[in-house]
Design a protein around this ligand. Structure first.
Ligand SMILES: Nc1ncnc2c1ncn2[C@@H]1O[C@H](COP(=O)(O)OP(=O)(O)OP(=O)(O)O)[C@@H](O)[C@H]1O
Ligand SMILES: [Mg+2]
Length: 254
């Protein structure tokens, strides 16, 4: 059965989508092709774009499986991974889901037929606490939280943890576990980044593992612009072994 990991933080631009792509690629290296599935749950469709697809040209997207009754459309073999893509249609789901029976379970149910085909399913959540994040977290076995090492980003963590607790206590996903926190865009020359990293370690390490920080690096953005995982764009980049360490940690999850 697949480990389903939602990359979640309601704060925008903290590195969720880049990590879904890059950790997915890193995880896919451990075994022969075809065992990592990425799901784009953000109407901005950045993951779909990063994976090299034109989101407006899609005939089917995750929307058709979550709101409609179609099977989830899986596009195979992009950088050794599979993708369930999104486009702007998905923004309508926030309006349509509230009227639907069993709305919290819609993604989980759509994924059920795929669960024995993959070792890892990584879900790219949108930067919000709305229904799209909710259905993603209900479908997940684990939540992995990127946190930018800046004070402003850190103050939203309490809200984020509250959301995770509510999902557990609502009964929709009582076993949801935090797989860890990943400090992102870390600049070791910046005193505020060092302080925030210290605060993350101090305040969150009792809740879950704190992974090594991902340094701020233009190579990350350059690789996405070229529509490639960093490891393909620049195999010797110093962030590549950090991604491997994190993916090893994810492989070790029960
Ligand atoms: N470690 C990094 N160093 C520098 N730039 C980065 C790093 N990680 C991501 N970026 C860049 O920062 C921007 C935001 O990253 P990304 O899209 O992964 O964040 P996100 O949390 O998914 O954003 P959103 O909340 O809008 O979905 C992108 O342009 C990305 O290329
Ligand atoms: Mg994103």
């Amino acid at each position: 059965m697949a480990k389903v990991i939602a990359l979640f933080n309601q704060a925008g631009g903290v590195g969720k989508t880049s990590l879904v792509l890059n950790l997915g690629y890193s995880l896919s290296a451990f075994k022969k092709d075809g065992h990592v599935l990425l799901i784009d749950m953000d109407p901005q469709a950045s993951l779909t774009t990063f994976m090299g697809l034109e989101s407006e040209d899609l005939e089917q997207s995750v929307y058709d499986a979550v709101v409609g009754d179609s099977p989830a459309p899986v596009i195979e073999n992009i950088h050794r991974m599979s993708l369930i893509p999104a486009n702007l249609n998905l923004s309508a789901a926030e309006l349509e889901l509230p009227g639907m029976l069993n709305r919290e379970m819609r993604l989980k149910q759509a994924l059920e037929p795929l669960m024995d085909q993959y070792d890892f399913v990584l879900i790219d959540c949108p930067p919000s606490l709305g229904l799209l994040s909710l259905v993603s977290l209900v479908a997940a076995t684990y939540v992995l939280v990127p946190i930018q090492t800046q004070f402003k980003a850190f103050v939203g963590t309490e809200k984020l943890l509250g959301t995770i607790s509510r999902i557990r206590s609502s009964g929709h996903n009582p076993n949801l576990e935090i797989a860890g926190f990943i400090p992102t865009m870390f600049d070791k020359r910046n005193a505020q980044d060092e302080r925030t990293l210290g605060a993350i370690q101090e305040q969150l390490s009792g809740l879950a593992k704190i992974y090594p920080p991902i340094p701020r690096s233009t190579a990350f953005a350059d690789a996405s612009e070229k529509l490639m995982p960093l490891e393909v764009y620049s195999p010797r980049h110093p962030i590549v072994p950090i991604l491997r360490t994190i993916s090893k940690g994810l492989r070790a999850l029960k």
